[in-house]
Every structure is written in C-alpha cells, then in structure tokens.
Design a protein around this ligand. Structure first.
Ligand code: JFQ
Length: 292
C-alpha cells in the first residue's frame, strides 16, 4: 500500500540509510538548483526533501529551527538586525520573530521554488515570511554578502543544506570572511555544522577557518534531530571581536520573550538549560575538535 522512502544513501553518509513510511506524495519538482519532494509521512507529518536529503519534518523541525536561531540570538543582549542565509522554508524567520528587539530581518535564499512549495505544504514554517520585518532577497548569498555593507548585522544565521549541492560554497573561507565583515563588532554567526558522528573532518576544517576569521569565541554545539543522519546535527557559534560574547550563558533568555505566541506557536524545544547543554561535548568530540 504505502512505499518506504530510503534516504541518506548519499556520498555525505555512505553505507547508511534511513526510511520514512510514505502515506502520500504531495509534490515533486525540479528547480534550477535541486530536486524538490514533499510527502506526507505516517508518523512525522509532512516531510521536505531536497536532492534526496531530508531537510525537515513537521514533527522534529522545532529542534533545529529553534536551536539554530536562539543559540545566537539569546547570546547577545538586544539583537536588532539579523540576516538569514538559506532558510527558504521560513522556520528560522518564525523563530527570529519571537525576539521583539529585532527591527530588520534580511533573508537571502537562492531557490524561489523552495519558498513557494513551503508556503503550500508547510504553513507552520512559512508563517515566518508574514512578519513585517522580513525582507526577502532571492539569489546567491555569496554575492549578497560580498555586497553587504560592513558592520550591518548583529547576527547572521546560515541555515544551509549540505555542502554537496547549491550550498557547497557556504563552507569555504572566503564566505566566512564576508560574514565577518558584514557583522557588527561583537556580532554573532550561527552556522549549520553537520553531525559529530559523521563529519568531524568537515567540522575541524570549518572550526579552523572560523578560529582564524572570528577573533571572539568560537564553539561547536549540537542537538537531537531524529530524522537527520545519525540523529544529531551541530552548529558553529562564532563571535566577531568586540563586546565579549559568552555563548555558554544566555544574556537574553528566551523565557523573557513576550513574542512567544505572536509566531503562531509556542516554543517546543529550546530553553536556557538546553542552551547551555548544547555546548557540552562527548569526549571523542573534544579530542577530535581540539576542545576550546
Ligand atoms: N531549514 C531546514 C533545515 C536545513 N538544514 C539542513 C537540512 C539537511 C541536513 N542534512 C543538514 C541541515
């Protein structure tokens, strides 16, 4: 009756696969950048797949979108201008909207079709585009950041897919240098940074690039996302030199946020304790990443 969809038999995670039971295929298409699939799963709600890689499911997207957003934004006193790279599903925008100190939210997403498809099939995420502070730029973030004014943003969130498709350039040093230039002194970057079980070499490379590029704190953090390969995903938190940022003690705790309900849904995953816990690393990771 219903087929199983195998994912992750992909060069990013050789030798492993993860299946989700498919109730119904809702959309299949191809943009100039990637293949796009949306299906209704039997236990995780609707699922978004790009080039055969699960990007999000309705059931567990809260873990990723809330952590990738609140780890940086709760680490600085009063974020005003924020940039999202990628994030075309709108979930990160929904989370940023909870921060009433934020005045402008720029988003640079390369694929208009992802935005359109998510508006049709993921209303709980695309609600993020409704916030009046959001300014959408459809195009390549490498160009966008190269042309961005110096010192414009308090926070930049790179909500990218994996570096084997359109997101390949987003893990290279020149890109991080344009991010550092676009941040205010003491500004912060949060970058999607793959799994500690699968990609410590890639994480090491990104960490050394970030330690050279950002003179403030640089930390790896992680969280649980059951439908991502190995069930966990990481984040790189980087601070530009300037007012000191201590990622491990949130100065702007989420509990204070009055905007919680404005985003059309209360917080489901993030809290101040899980913020601190995210930076606690297993021994093999500290050894392999040269724990700082
Ligand atoms: N905004 C949806 C999350 C996009 N982030 C990536 C999805 C694919 C994963 N392998 C890595 C994170």
């Amino acid at each position: 009756k219903t087929s199983k969809v195998q994912y992750f038999n992909n060069p990013m995670w050789p030798g492993e696969a993860h299946s989700l039971k498919v109730e119904k295929i809702l959309y299949q298409g191809k943009s100039p950048y990637q293949e796009i699939l949306v299906f209704e799963s039997s236990t995780y709600g609707n699922v978004l797949v790009l080039d055969g890689i699960v990007q999000l499911t309705e059931k567990d997207e809260c873990a990723y979108q809330e952590m990738v957003t609140h780890l940086p934004l709760c680490s600085i006193p009063s974020p005003k201008s924020v940039l999202v790279v990628g994030g075309g599903d709108g979930g990160v925008l929904r989370e940023i909207a909870r921060h009433s100190s934020v005045e402008t939210i720029d988003i640079c997403e390369i694929d208009q079709l992802v935005i359109d498809v998510c508006k049709d099939f993921f209303p709980q995420l695309s609600i993020g585009f409704k916030d009046p502070r959001v300014r959408l730029h459809v195009g390549d973030a490498v160009d966008f950041l190269r042309n961005a004014p110096e010192g414009k943003y308090d926070a930049i969130i790179v909500d990218s897919s994996d570096p084997i498709g359109p997101a390949q350039e987003l893990v290279e040093k020149p890109f991080f240098q344009t991010i550092a230039r676009a941040l205010k002194p003491g500004g912060v970057l949060c970058n999607q940074a793959e799994s500690m079980w699968l990609h410590t070499h890639l994480i090491q490379d990104m960490l050394s690039i970030c330690r050279e590029t950002f003179k403030g704190a640089v930390h790896y953090a992680w969280t649980s996302v059951p439908t991502y390969p190995s069930g966990v995903i990481g984040f790189l938190l980087c601070a530009k030199e300037g007012p000191v940022v201590d990622f491990l003690s949130p100065v702007n705790p989420i509990e204070k946020l009055e905007g919680a309900m404005e985003a059309g849904r209360e917080i489901r995953f993030y809290n101040s304790q899980i913020h601190r816990a995210a930076f606690v690393l297993p021994t093999f990771v500290r050894r392999e990443l040269g724990s700082h």
